[in-house]
Design a binder for this molecule. Structure first.
Ligand code: C5P
Length: 229
């Protein structure tokens, strides 16, 4: 039987660092919101059976987009990103996914994801999990509380962790649940896999795959969205 892959796109954050009048995923880049750009690019990746968007409880923007597709689902988000991801996984399991299938988790705030990166990650699938990343290029420094440099950190084998992050559905679900049970705080899926002793593989991704976090990022994202249409 061919292997199946699904996507969870956590979209329940408020993006407070953007200081905008709405959650950052509903800000516009050209003629469409960040969320629409992200979803459009994920829908173009034909191996995805279903894509689920966990949304904030009082989200008043998504319904106004009129975004409908037979492969697109929504569910309730949670208090933290990992709760939203868990809800997304449970929603997929209720819509035909099996625990042995695969899931890519992708931040809604990364609208410049390329088909090439999605293909590379899917080809690299591994029982330990795998994620897109970018090797650190700059010299890295550690500072103290006064911003004075303590030392230079060896940058060999140091990466920025991006998304999507890919794992088998059952493995990821169990790993996140273990973290929650033990009070271990995680900010990405790989951290949950690492916590249970797995060693996800790093797949080198395109530098355009930025996360829109602060106002300046919008300018970069706008350029990349136009460049990689
Ligand atoms: O705020 P930040 O950019 O780190 O959030 C990463 C991703 O997690 C975003 O796509 C955001 O919408 C999502 N998120 C979520 N549920 C939360 C918090 C964040 O789905 N409770």
């Amino acid at each position: 039987m061919t292997e199946q892959v699904f996507a969870v796109v956590p979209a329940a954050g408020i993006g407070s660092r953007m200081q905008a009048d709405r959650p950052k995923q509903y800000l516009y880049l050209d003629d469409a919101t960040i969320l629409e750009h992200t979803v459009k690019r994920l829908l173009q990746f034909t191996p995805f059976q279903k894509i689920v968007l966990p949304l904030a409880e009082h989200d008043e923007y998504f319904s106004q987009l009129n975004l409908h597709h037979e492969r697109l689902l929504t569910c309730d988000g949670g208090a933290e990103r990992y709760h939203s991801v868990l809800n997304g996984i449970d929603c997929l399991l209720q819509h035909g996914a099996q625990v042995t299938d695969w899931v890519m988790v992708h931040d809604v705030a990364r609208p410049c994801i390329t088909q090439q990166d999605l293909r590379a990650l899917w080809s690299a699938r591994d029982e330990q999990g795998c994620i897109l990343g970018m090797q650190v290029r700059d010299t890295m420094k550690r500072t103290d509380n006064n911003n004075q440099i303590v030392n230079t950190v060896e940058r060999e084998q140091l990466w920025h962790a991006l998304t999507p992050q890919l794992a088998q559905i059952g493995v990821l679900k169990q790993s996140i649940e273990t973290c929650i049970k033990n009070g271990h705080v995680i900010t990405d899926e790989a951290s949950a896999l690492e916590y249970v002793g797995l060693h996800p593989k790093m797949v080198s991704g395109h530098p355009s795959n930025i996360k829109v976090t602060r106002p300046d990022d919008l300018i970069m994202a706008q350029l990349f969205v136009q460049e990689f249409k």
